[in-house]
Design a protein around this ligand. Structure first.
Ligand SMILES: *Cc1c(COP(=O)(O)O)cnc(C)c1O
Length: 376
């Protein structure tokens, strides 16, 4: 039995969400984002579940290497990062696509590729001003890389800063800037769309889409556009104590919440030391025994407190769901003044992970022990 908080990850949901991506952009190839430990869902199990994607993208060389060491042979893209000759050697050796995002990376890549071929994604800064070559530098960079004998394939990529804002003038500006360059180089592959653009702007689909959040079942556009995604993660913890409070008694650090009636308070075994947001305010919903109850009092390192007064029956040992199927991480994130991306990637290692819905594992297990019944 598990005693820590537990993140249950349904790999079938991730596969289904990939199918949703396929149905939205049937003509594009899919570079599935598994950076930051697959948005906190677990790099290797998620990468295995996404075997049907056309590629997997990470932002750290260590994560790309972990994928290769686990025997994953999918195409891998390393997003903009510092690339010295050691890093570039590993990328050629392990067939990891690299990102050229400024003059230093372009010259390091072209120097290295003279002897060791590489597939290159050139990032064009169309207005986000984070990474990427400027439009003025674009033509020279494309010509250099396209004509380079060691560059096996070139993809021109850009990233939208406001794709989750449906009426954004910035998106229009970025798209027209991007299209000017893409039309000048019809041989170069094109990639723009993150989840939000993939869902809301079919004109951004092009050769490669780069979905992240939606694969894990959250829609970055919220209710504005409906997409049949399934949340992959359910974060559970146990109720470790239930106590009665008189009117006017306060709970937790700094007395942040005080009861206005006789109250029943549940202590839940998860806190900011597990990755639950400390800044979640009073009233943040928690799902317990089929209903939503409010968080009350300051979140502690190892626990948080909820008001169970309006619950029919809750016992020590019952499960609390912090987010999952019945309570979306996007909703919890809104209460806490953050985004589901941060909730997922903040989960700490002491949170146990349990994977369900992995067909290949089920099959493997059956082959190894044909008489065992697998509960899944
Ligand atoms: C993380 C990332 C994405 C995916 O964004 P989502 O909003 O999670 O879909 C796409 N492209 C780049 C360059 C990224 O860094």
């Amino acid at each position: 039995m598990w005693n820590s908080a537990l993140a249950k990850v349904d790999l079938a949901a991730i596969r289904d969400n990939l199918e949703v991506v396929r149905s939205l952009c049937p003509r594009s190839r899919v570079m599935a984002m598994v950076k930051a430990n697959a948005y906190g869902h677990g790099l290797i199990p998620v990468a295995r579940a996404l075997w049907a994607a056309d590629g997997l993208a990470v932002a750290r060389l260590q994560e790309a290497m972990r994928l290769r060491k686990a025997g994953i042979s999918s195409r891998i893209l390393l997003l903009a990062t510092y690339l010295d000759s050691t890093a570039l050697s590993l990328c050629s050796k392990h067939e990891i696509d690299v990102t050229a995002h400024d003059q230093v990376s372009i010259s390091n890549i072209s120097e290295h590729a003279r002897y060791n071929p590489l597939r290159v994604w050139l990032k064009l800064d169309t207005g986000m001003h984070r990474a990427g070559v400027s439009p003025a530098e674009c033509e020279r960079a494309v010509r250099l890389l396209l004509g380079h004998p060691g560059v096996e394939e070139l993809v021109l990529m850009t990233h939208l800063s406001c794709a989750d804002d449906l009426g954004s003038a910035m998106t229009e500006h970025q798209l027209s800037c991007y299209l000017r360059w893409r039309d000048a180089f019809p041989n170069v592959r094109a990639s723009i769309a993150n989840s939000a653009a993939l869902i809301s702007r079919p004109e951004t689909h092009m050769d490669w889409v780069r979905p992240g959040l939606m694969l894990y079942g959250e829609n970055p556009l919220g209710g504005q556009v409906n997409v049949p995604l399934r949340p992959a993660m359910t974060l559970n913890a146990r109720i470790i104590a239930v106590r009665q409070l008189a009117t006017g008694e306060s709970v937790g650090y700094n007395m942040r919440w005080t009861s206005k009636r006789v109250s029943r308070i549940g202590l839940v075994g998860i806190g900011y030391g597990d990755g639950y947001p400390r800044h979640a305010p009073n009233g943040t919903p928690v799902w317990i025994n089929g209903q939503l109850v409010p968080l009350v009092g300051q979140v502690s390192m190892d626990s948080l407190t909820v008001d169970l007064t309006d619950c029919d029956r809750v016992d020590v040992g019952d499960l609390a769901t912090l987010w999952g199927e019945n309570l979306s991480a996007t909703v919890v994130a809104k209460y806490a003044g953050t985004i589901p991306y941060q909730l997922f990637t903040s989960l700490q290692t002491r949170v146990s992970r349990e994977y369900v819905g992995d067909k290949s594992d089920v099959e493997l297990h059956r082959r190894l022990s044909p008489n065992s019944a697998l509960v899944n």
